[in-house]
Design a protein around this ligand. Structure first.
Ligand SMILES: [Mg+2]
Length: 202
């Protein structure tokens, strides 16, 4: 029996825009005058891996990119917009996390994030009040599904791999967790977290 839930964030606990769940950049062109395809091409494709694995920092890298492709937009404003528009909490999942913790299950976020959004999730969105902690890629120095992420995460939470259950909507992450000796369930949105936990933890 696993004893500790390691919960993915995006697509499981947080899912797009508050209210409608659409992608955070759906209205980026209308709201900030920035084409999301340009941002994908010039920033996410080339810079994101380094940022999310903690080798580079989000703010200065985004500043440099915007200076080149959209000089009227401030990086800080874009980050504020992005994090705000990507903060739709899945209330049923939060409720099930609370219920699991009331039953003595430890719950950690296990997620690919840069340092800034990790802090935003825990402090501004107050998910720090809902979980026992966060293990994230920029701190780990590697991201899911790399095997090193799972070794780092198990060490961080002080558990044996066999005590850990990952719930994640990205299948390669689930497969990598199983290879690392974790239990893992692929989240496809068809059942609640409580149902998964009843099958896997209780
Ligand atoms: Mg996800």
């Amino acid at each position: 029996m696993a004893k500790c839930l390691m919960l993915d964030v995006d697509g499981v606990l947080v899912d797009g825009r508050p209210g409608d769940g659409l992608r955070w950049d759906t209205d980026l062109l209308k709201d900030l005058g920035l084409n999301p395809n340009l941002l994908a091409e010039e920033f996410f494709k080339t810079e994101w891996t380094g940022i999310v694995e903690g080798r580079t920092e989000l703010l200065p890298v985004l500043e440099a990119v915007l200076k080149r492709v959209a000089p009227t937009i401030k990086a800080r404003d874009l980050i504020d917009y992005w994090f705000r528009e990507d903060s739709g909490i899945v209330e049923t999942t939060v409720a099930d996390v609370r219920d699991a913790r009331s039953k003595g299950i430890s719950v950690y976020l296990a997620t690919n994030q840069d340092h800034m959004r990790a802090i935003y999730l825990m402090q501004t969105m107050e998910l720090g009040n809902e979980v026992d902690g966060i293990v994230y890629s920029a701190k780990a120095g590697c991201r899911k599904p790399k095997p090193e992420f799972f070794d780092f995460a198990a060490q961080e939470v002080g558990r044996q791999p066999g005590d850990l259950l990952l719930v994640d909507d990205t299948l390669p992450n689930v497969e990598a967790a199983r290879s690392a000796g974790w239990k893992a369930v692929h989240w496809d949105g068809t059942e609640r977290l409580s149902a998964i936990l009843h099958r896997s933890l209780y």
